[in-house]
Design a protein around this ligand. Sequence first.
Ligand code: AMP
Ligand code: GLY
Length: 428
Amino acid sequence: MKILVIGNGGREHAIAWTLSQSAHKPELYFAQGNPGMRELGQRVDIELTDLNGLLLFAQREQIDLTVVGPELPLSLGIADRFEEQGLKVFGPKQAGAQMEYSKAFAKKLMADYRIPTAHYRFCQDLAAALSALDEFEAPYVIKEDGLAAGKGVTIAQSRAEAEEAIHQAFQKEMPVVIEEFMHGQELSVLAFCDGKTILPCVAAQDYKKAGEGNTGPNTGGMGAYAPVPLATPELMARVQQEVLNPTLQALQAEGIDYKGILYAGLMITPEGNPRVVEFNARFGDPETQVVLPLLQDDLVDVMLATVNGELHRYAETGLSFKEGAKAITVVLTSAGYPGDYETGKPIFFPQYLSNDVHIFHAGTRVLPDQSKVTHGGRVLNVTAIGDSLEQARQRAYEIVNQIRFEGKYFRGDIAALPAQALQSQAKN
Ligand code: AMP
Ligand code: GLY
């Protein structure tokens, strides 16, 4: 079996590693992958936006399954193109990818089908947006409507700050969604969806702020852990009934055959109610790095069942995850990230890694002499599994401390406290 994985981050390395563990022993190809992934398969030199190139490659090589990591190719319609040619692809078509790339689409769908989320106004011109602020109170949530990789959201503490964010959005000619601010704890639920059945993975939490105690600027993610104690079986049953099932029904009613991962970013309110913050049309990064290593089922089988519309085979018991196991990921970054940083710093890896620890690459490069250097803001992800979160933490940080490169930075408090407990501490 030949599988092509599209993307080059820590998420894609974790997907590739999990696929490599499959009983199907797939031959793996990566467009374009990263130096860590190259140990698991073959690099293909095609850009992830080059849909023609990817399609021709998949046809020529008779790829059995293409797994799309990032949102950009999905929003460009890669799944439509592949399916038209009869190729199997894991990831929704463009209409489904709107759940992520159009906040206005996702918010309207939720409103129309009564899926719990923050009240909102979609504003296509500056004057309307400024006057819509009257309907909300601080903190104001302002979201640019477009693919922004998490950077298009401003939580404004004052009206002046909110107006500034709105002006900035319209300078870029981006319409905005203004939302009610929701209090509570965030939870990431990655669910496999075949268009008829939707099944969640264990819930994860990610740490978005650069600094310890959830301080400093937002990043692409500084760490994650799973499963989350907050996500009790009772809460997950409610997530299924109140969020996942109605969302699938809404997609069906809109004529959207959604196949792939539906990522529900949830706010669990102080009263314990799940409400949707956002949807993504793909695996989360760095949540995938903790969720997939815990998956007990064979990922190739689950992905094929998703693409073939056969997820009902797993419906009775749900997807299985390693009993009692906990996972944590710590992200190692270059000094200065998410601002300016230097690259090209030699990386020294530990000699020995136990089976419970994985180093996923995110921003690295291999030199002609085969040595590896830093090549991005987020450089490496260290994932560890343990019988307790504390054990997983110890295992991860032991390796984090052994990895060396100039300017290495990481948060020391991943999974020490739930992300939002830290958040409320930071505010007090
Ligand atoms: P999004 O890109 O929509 O996920 O927003 C990025 C982050 O902003 C989320 O993960 C939340 O931490 C925060 N956020 C977004 N919308 C809201 C909201 N309505 N209430 C509170 N926090 C929010
Ligand atoms: N961890 C957040 C995301 O993948 O969008």
